[in-house]
Design a protein around this ligand. Sequence first.
Ligand SMILES: *[C@@H]1O[C@H](CO)[C@@H](O)[C@H](O)[C@H]1NC(C)=O
Ligand SMILES: *[C@@H]1O[C@H](CO)[C@@H](O)[C@H](O)[C@H]1NC(C)=O
Ligand SMILES: *[C@@H]1O[C@H](CO)[C@@H](O)[C@H](O)[C@H]1NC(C)=O
Length: 379
Amino acid sequence: MSLKLILLTTILLFFTLFYLSESVDFKYPAVFNFGDSNSDTGGLVAGTGAILNPPNGEKYFHKPSGRFCDGRLIVDFLMDAMDLPFLNAYLDSIGAPSFRKGCNFAAAGSTIVLNPLSVSPFPLGIQIAQFLRFKERSLDLLAKGKKLSKYIPRKEYFRQGFYMFDIGQNDLALGFRSKSEDQVLASIPSILLEFETGIKKLYDQGARRFWIHNTGPVGCLPQSITFFGKDPSKIDGLGCVISLNNAAKLFNLQLHALCSKLQGQLSGANVTYTDMFRIKLNLISNYSRYGFKQPRLTCCGYGGPPLNFNNEIRCGRTGSSNGTSVTAKGCDDSTEYIIWDGIHYTEAANRHISSQILTGKYSDPPFADKMPFLKQLRS
Ligand SMILES: *[C@@H]1O[C@H](CO)[C@@H](O)[C@H](O)[C@H]1NC(C)=O
Ligand SMILES: *[C@@H]1O[C@H](CO)[C@@H](O)[C@H](O)[C@H]1NC(C)=O
Ligand SMILES: *[C@@H]1O[C@H](CO)[C@@H](O)[C@H](O)[C@H]1NC(C)=O
């Protein structure tokens, strides 16, 4: 019995060491990220001069950091888990930012297909055009000498890099402001065609490792509930807007199919699809099990329960309500909340979501025994 146990322990130890040693070698030298506010580390603010007030950023950066969050985003936790520094925004030129380990093209509000209702002039096609210019300029500068090489990726990083995507949520949410549910559902194939075009452009430029987040339960965000959930028949048992979540589910189904198709078509490439919808919905429905107290209430907002959200008076902003000037302030303890500002998640929620991603269980193909970054998340 005890001999068996020793044998078992030895085998376990062997495998642990085996995977650890593999993980030391197995690293992405750089990350290129595309998306919306879910992964914007300062793009919209740099690119449009949009203003983010405190208490955004208070939890980790101790000042607004260009992120629509009290602290770190999922992309920050993933970078950390891969032992890479946080990504600088492509458009953030001041302060000699280093792009050696990658670059972030994401901008809050961005859509896949250009949408006049979006606050971002940087839909996916523009983000990819920016990447192409980034790559060309990088290679140009590298050819000119070593002086700038510590700020820009090496040539081979473009092929070896990890290409991440989290975009589509705004195509759906904005779609509902000008279209019927049927029209939104019918627009999904053309949205995904644009996505496919973008992926193929990157593939043609040498990208081989694609990492794609599907879209979350956008109907559960207080902003969606405020806009589309006045009529109780439009709300499900969790308090989420049924039509928006249905659109997200259909989008995800088609996105998943596209990822499988691309995996088959793009030879030598790996495409990983990750089910953010399932992770986020699980968090919202089972929040207390994961240590949260408020699944729906906005931490930084105005208006009080049940949502504490007023679209005119967003987090950190001052506005007028009934003729009095009021400010949307943060809650006392954002670690008890899932929702930060009515549209985005708190750092605490992002940490939980990242830890779920890193289990590998929500990805297709699943990666529990393949990926290096199944380390514990740093606090
Ligand atoms: C794709 O995945 C396979 C199997 O895990 C691996 O052998 C290959 O090196 C990967 N290719 C890239 C470009 O990451
Ligand atoms: C909540 O947790 C239960 C029990 O683990 C699980 O069956 C259910 O699927 C979870 N809810 C969601 C939406 O994932
Ligand atoms: C504005 O005033 C009206 C009438 O006094 C009151 O019913 C309402 O709750 C107030 N709204 C807010 C947001 O304070």
